[in-house]
Design a protein around this ligand. Structure first.
Ligand SMILES: Nc1ncnc2c1ncn2[C@@H]1O[C@H](COP(=O)(O)OP(=O)(O)OP(=O)(O)O)[C@@H](O)[C@H]1O
Ligand SMILES: [Mg+2]
Length: 372
């Protein structure tokens, strides 16, 4: 998948213009607040997803303007394509290859990208919910039906939780608990099965990337930590284990008024050389871990799509030493990458690729510097 041309009109602070990136690494550099992240966000919108900064659609339109228009020519599914995203009246709409779509999210699957932004550091720094969200979102990209499984599980979980509270007033309801537990175990077993399958591929890929980033000096690992099983298994075995655990924890769950075990409480443990990255990792190591996970996600997506998604790396360079930066600049071969940074020094170490300087929303192409 390659972005060939991006035309922007009245998007954030970016001046109307056309960006023609190269097929490899594109560095976008400039001082703070010049529009670097805005440019990555503009590319991201073509995935059909919402802004990775959590902005509302209306906030994407340049101040004092009424509509923003973005047009992208890209190469995907072995052909030239064009997508257009318009933002007006606080809403996004899209046209793909001349055909208007019901909503901008209809672009999902046509153009695919993976993004790293500083907010994703929460994947390491924060609690388990962030890691579960990451896994689930990544699996949904591969298997859209997984989203339905998650919502059936959540619905069943809230039914069991409500019942746990009601049983103290109506003891006769205890019998119905089993019905909900049976369902919860079935959905929960399938979720855990999917997560284990995905994580086993993802962690292998991430390990490989991390080895490259750290020049083989550190070892990355990501392991599923469950609240209801020790050893993995298939969906049916996992469902059996969850059923038993739910039954065994009834007394505890009744006292707390909620369900204390299940995929909604599971975690992924990320370690460097066997030590928790969250508790002991340095800033650069934590950043490298998230980067490894994101690039691994891109590799997983490539397997399911049959082609490479575009990689967007916002502000990834800071806190990384020169050798880790070099890995990003020179060792992600065959992928189209967009990297933002403040310092233009990085470009001098780029073996090939393109650089764009961005100044007060205006972007211009510069020739990459000589290789030292
Ligand atoms: N809708 C909008 N219209 C006009 N300007 C906007 C709009 N939304 C954001 N901006 C401005 O865009 C500017 C650049 O934002 P951006 O986040 O892209 O900067 P950046 O180059 O990534 O900076 P940093 O290096 O600090 O991350 C901000 O100063 C902001 O005020
Ligand atoms: Mg930025």
């Amino acid at each position: 998948m390659k972005v060939e041309q991006l035309r922007l009109e009245h998007y954030r602070n970016l001046e109307p213009g056309v960006l023609r990136p190269c097929e490899g690494v594109n560095v976008i550099y400039g001082s703070n607040a010049q529009g670097k992240t805005n440019l990555l966000e503009a590319v991201w919108l073509f995935t059909g997803g919402r802004s990775f900064r959590g902005s509302k659609d209306g906030e994407l339109i340049a101040f004092d303007e009424e509509r923003a228009e973005l047009t992208m020519d890209f190469f995907a599914q072995e052909r030239q394509q064009q997508a257009k995203v318009t933002i007006a009246n606080g809403k996004r709409s899209a046209v793909l290859n001349g055909v208007p779509k019901a909503s901008a999210s209809a672009l999902i699957g046509s153009f695919c990208a993976v993004v790293f932004a500083p907010v994703h550091l929460s994947l390491i720094k924060e609690g388990p919910a962030e890691r579960r969200r990451f896994l689930d979102a990544a699996i949904c990209q591969e298997k859209p039906a997984y989203a339905g499984l998650i919502s059936r599980y959540s619905h069943t979980l809230s039914q069991r939780n409500a019942l746990l509270k009601d049983v103290s007033y109506h003891a006769e309801l205890l019998d119905t608990l089993e019905i909900w537990e049976e369902k919860l175990a079935r959905y929960g077993g399938s979720i855990a099965g999917e997560r284990l399958r995905y994580l086993s591929g993802l962690s292998k890929e991430a390990q490989e990337v991390y080895r490259g980033i750290s020049e083989g000096k550190e070892r990355f690992s990501a392991r599923y930590r469950s609240t209801f099983f020790e050893e993995g298994g298939d969906a049916r075995q996992l469902a059996g284990q969850l059923r038993q655990k739910l039954f065994a924890s009834r007394r505890e769950d009744l006292a707390m008024g909620f369900t204390g075990c299940g995929p909604h409480r599971d975690d992924v443990e990320i370690t460097i050389d066997g030590k928790s990255a969250r508790a002991f990792g340095s800033q650069g190591q934590q950043r490298s871990c998230v980067l490894a996970l994101k690039l691994a996600e891109a590799s997983m997506l490539r397997r399911s799509l049959g082609e490479k998604p575009v990689v967007l790396l916002d502000d990834v360079m800071s806190e990384l030493d020169v050798s880790r930066q070099d890995y990003l600049l020179n060792h992600i071969g065959g992928w189209q990458v967009f990297i933002t940074c403040c310092e233009p020094d990085a470009i001098l170490r780029m073996a090939s690729g393109a650089a764009f300087e961005i100044d007060k929303g205006r972007f211009q192409k510069e020739a990459p510097g000589p290789v030292p």
